[in-house]
Design a protein around this ligand. Structure first.
Ligand code: ADP
Ligand code: MG
Length: 256
């Protein structure tokens, strides 16, 4: 069963329609990459997957999102629960800069109503920083502010912060676009290691990155002011080696 199943999603900002009946199943334990030119609705689609879309007053949507078979937008489902189960990492690393590295990692617990003892928090901080590939670098300076870390370290801190509430799914919106090649590599390694336990959906403009990290790809396109659609989706190797649509072929080969 797909961890996340988006069914016929349409989205609007006011009366500007930006997605038109987008359906995509994102299998558990796999990395799904969303690719396509700027403005075709990838970020909007990602935000719909953890109910961040609702934060924009002019935004509306149609269709449904199932998380492990259950409606993410069900009236009796709390928005904090949706956020806990579906975490998000953004393009620009955004740790709480004045807060310590330790407190950044555990920040999500209180926000989502999880109580934890000091000992269990200590264990969680070590576990999640290890998963994010940051533990060895920061174990001796957990009380330093998150803002003192390098950009790549800050992004790994944000990944740790997301993982600390044990999400089922981690959404990543161009997580490496602001990072240098070495930091990018390290994040890619982390994604590969995490994929076994958390379903990952990543937006990337880097085709080599999509090819390296993802199991499946979905190609979004919005041509000539029409709302975004998925032109083609499937296993990454097939999308790159044998695309069925000429537009996919042109995009993955850097032609637009
Ligand atoms: P992508 O991530 O693929 O670049 P986006 O999802 O950011 O695309 O944007 C899709 C469309 O929605 C664009 O036309 C963009 O201008 C519009 N849009 C995105 N966010 C908002 C917003 N908060 N208010 C109004 N329009 C928005
Ligand atoms: Mg975007």
């Amino acid at each position: 069963m797909a961890a996340l199943d988006a069914r016929s999603i349409s989205a609007w900002f006011g009366d500007h329609k930006v997605l038109d009946r987008v359906s995509l199943a994102m299998p558990a334990g796999q990395v799904t990459a969303l690719i396509g030119p700027s403005g075709c609705g990838k970020s909007t689609f990602l935000r719909i997957l953890n109910r961040m879309h609702e934060l924009v007053p002019s935004a509306s949507l149609a269709g449904e999102v199932l998380l492990d078979g259950h409606d993410l937008y069900a009236p009796d489902r709390r928005i904090t629960e949706a956020r806990r189960e579906v975490g998000m990492v953004f393009q620009k690393p955004n740790p709480f800069p004045a807060m310590s590295i330790y407190d950044n990692v555990v920040a999500g617990l209180r926000l989502t109503g999880i109580r934890a003892s000091r000992n269990s928090k200590d264990a969680l901080v070590e576990e999640t920083l290890t998963k994010a590939g940051l533990w060895k670098e920061v174990r001796d300076r957990l009380r330093q502010p998150g803002g003192a870390l390098s950009g790549g370290q800050q992004q790994r801190l944000c990944i740790a912060r997301s993982l600390a509430v044990r999400p089922r799914v981690l959404l990543m919106d161009e997580p490496c676009s602001a990072l240098d090649p070495t930091s990018t590599r390290r994040i890619e390694e982390t994604i590969a290691e995490l994929a076994a336990e958390v379903t990952i959906v990543i937006v990337t403009h880097n085709m080599q990155q999509a090819a390296r990290v993802s199991d499946r790809c979905a190609f979004f396109l919005a041509s000539h002011g029409t709302p975004g659609v998925i032109v083609e989706h499937g296993p990454t190797a097939a999308m790159f080696d044998n695309p069925q649509d000429e537009r996919t072929h042109d995009y993955v080969n850097g032609r637009f």
